[in-house]
Write a protein that binds this ligand. Structure first.
Ligand SMILES: Cc1ncc(C[n+]2csc(CCOP(=O)(O)OP(=O)(O)O)c2C)c(N)n1
Ligand code: SF4
Ligand SMILES: [Mg+2]
Length: 288
């Protein structure tokens, strides 16, 4: 259920990468002058998904792997809201993978923030789809969300950040939020957010991350060039961070998701009995 609640003390382990995300989300929203009542955080299931409890905004704790469907629903119900879906790599890339792929295609103007720690933190450290081979007996090669996102030809904003670099993360989140608020479509930001208890990768990732904007051939308006650049960077043992896709084109007119063609959402609709009596009676007659 959607609730506007006071922020509660966090339940995260001291040093968890998710603290960096929490600070960046708060700062980005404040810098973009988004009032608390205009922002909805939809949390997934996992340590990361509890983020909405720690910010004084409207919060919704979704079902495991279904936060995107619920976040799109919130946006459809009231398009004036700024909607951020926030969850883990297990939530988004395992049980939620089907919804993940379609979110890029649906292209609703919401921000999806995945806190990737390559593990299921909440359930005590099992390998997630991004875990490297060898981690806790994992024998499957890891999945890369940025390469997948770049392979879907829609006008989305795509970026990766690192909890060890909160300044860049704040700037990227601000750009994603602006993209949404200009109704330009879906913004996806994967944050590398180490789980210090079950998979402490802070030191390793600090050594490996590289800002793609500093690499030769960087052009975030060119999806194919960015796919190649990100793949080559990964194959060389580095992890690309930064903005990977900043579409030139605006979302084509008329392709916005809407519940009803002639209304702004159910909040704008007249649900009164008398107005709708003929429609209700028609429905009842059909049932009988
Ligand atoms: C339908 C369902 N299946 C499994 C679970 C158990 N479960 C809870 S959290 C979680 C994964 C959490 O991993 P992730 O999404 O990466 O979040 P993190 O805790 O790492 O932030 C799982 C499998 C559940 N709650 N509901
Ligand atoms: S178990 Fe890991 S992901 Fe969960 S709060 Fe602790 S450090 Fe963070
Ligand atoms: Mg995780």
């Amino acid at each position: 259920m959607v609730q506007s609640a006071k922020a509660r003390p966090s339940i995260w382990c001291p040093g968890c990468g998710d603290f960096g995300v929490l600070a960046a989300v708060k700062k980005a929203a404040a810098n973009q002058k988004i009032a608390n009542h205009e922002l909805v955080l939809v949390g997934g299931i996992g340590c990361s998904g509890s983020i909405h409890n720690f910010v004084e905004v409207n919060g919704l704790h979704a079902l495991h792997g279904r936060l995107l469907a619920q976040a799109v629903g919130v946006k459809l119900a009231n398009p004036a809201l700024t909607v951020v879906a926030a969850g883990g790599d297990g939530d988004g890339y395992a049980i939620g993978m089907g919804h993940f792929m379609h979110a890029f295609k649906k292209n609703a103007s919401i921000l999806y923030l995945v806190m990737n720690n390559e593990t299921y933190g909440l359930t005590k450290g099992q390998p997630s789809p991004t875990a490297p081979i060898g981690f806790e007996g994992n024998v499957e090669p890891p999945f890369d969300a940025i390469l997948t996102a770049l392979s879907i030809p829609a006008s989305n904003f795509i970026a990766r950040t690192f909890s060890g670099d909160p300044k860049t993360m704040t700037a990227v989140l601000e750009e994603g939020l602006r993209f949404n608020r200009e109704n330009r479509g879906f913004a996806f930001v994967e944050d590398l957010s180490p789980c210090v208890t079950y998979n402490d990768t802070f030191k390793l990732w600090r050594e490996k991350v590289v800002d793609v904007a500093t690499l030769g051939g960087y052009d975030p308006t060119d999806r194919k060039a960015m796919f190649r650049l990100c793949l080559e960077t990964l194959e060389s043992g580095r992890i690309p961070i930064g903005v990977m896709h900043r579409p030139k084109e605006t979302k084509p007119e008329g392709l916005e998701l809407k519940l009803l063609p002639d209304r702004t959402g159910p909040l704008g609709a007249d649900l009164g009995l008398e107005t709708n009596r003929p429609a209700y009676e028609k429905l009842l007659a059909a049932v009988v």
